[in-house]
Design a protein around this ligand. Sequence first.
Ligand code: AMP
Ligand code: MG
Length: 327
Amino acid sequence: MICLGIEGTAHTVGIGIVRDRPFGILSNVSSMYRPPSGGIHPRDAANHHASVFTDILQKALERANIKFNDIDLVAFSIGPGLGPCLRTAATAARSLSLYLKKPLIGVNHCIAHLEIGRAVTGASDPVLLYVSGGNTQVIAFMNGRYRVFGETLDIGIGNCLDKFGREAGMPFPAGPKIEEIARKGRKYVGLPYSVKGMDVSFSGILTAAINSLKRESMEDVCFSMQETCFSMLTEVAERAMAHTEKEEVLLGGGVASNERLRNMVRKMAEERGAKFYCPPGELLVDNGAMIAWTAILMKKSGIEMDIDETAIKQNFRTDEVDVTWRH
Ligand code: AMP
Ligand code: MG
């Protein structure tokens, strides 16, 4: 089976073409919207997605070296995400499905991060620490569903870093720049470590970090932000592993590109005698291949969707999905 998957929940629009037997990511093309200044306006991101769509579709087909007719299944990210972006991807997917007369499946974006990680890293039943711009969740499979064991109570970790960066004059996305600057940090500046039960919160740290720039160096503040936020994430991931008795931890989301975060989570796993997994960069960030692959799993487990079941779900919860493809 060959599936064309469209990702479009937020700043990135992507198309991935995936084959199941033998497993292969035939192509995975994406384009990220970068606002000229300030934050992302959902409508501007959606316009960007629409304007580059045919171009990346062509590239995806070319790189996969297939023709339209070779596609057996069309998939798209049905949620969670920004309404205008989701609608753009959904509309494109519906048109393609009707035109090709091939089935259409809407995929939960967070679950797609986990499934692509399982497919390419060898992790079989991991706790996923999903750290992206808008989302921050600790997810694991239990009793037929992917359940959220901990999550942010306010903004996503990537959003926290990007907002701090914007205040400090860095271009979007600020995460990589903060990582680079943090390497030169020497002193830990106290920031409010906020773990509440199994959940985390970043808005207080964001405000405190911005305020501390008046007294402390940029290097020390970036370093301290990373140390604080990443320790919190490592702590809740570890507690989820202990609670679920799982022996694998998997990273997903753009913030997992960060070496410091990876090292913290890797060390935590080692100390528990557990295994650490992290997919390659192009599969960590939002991408179409993860959507295509998850749709293949869904389709092969018997899931079918009528066009009228493909309405977008902006607040789609991870644990709403009946995971028919795992036992
Ligand atoms: P995603 O939403 O999963 O596509 O990931 C995008 C987010 O990842 C943005 O908020 C970026 O700032 C963040 N990001 C990317 N690279 C890094 C990095 N090296 N360190 C920290 N955050 C990063
Ligand atoms: Mg994502």
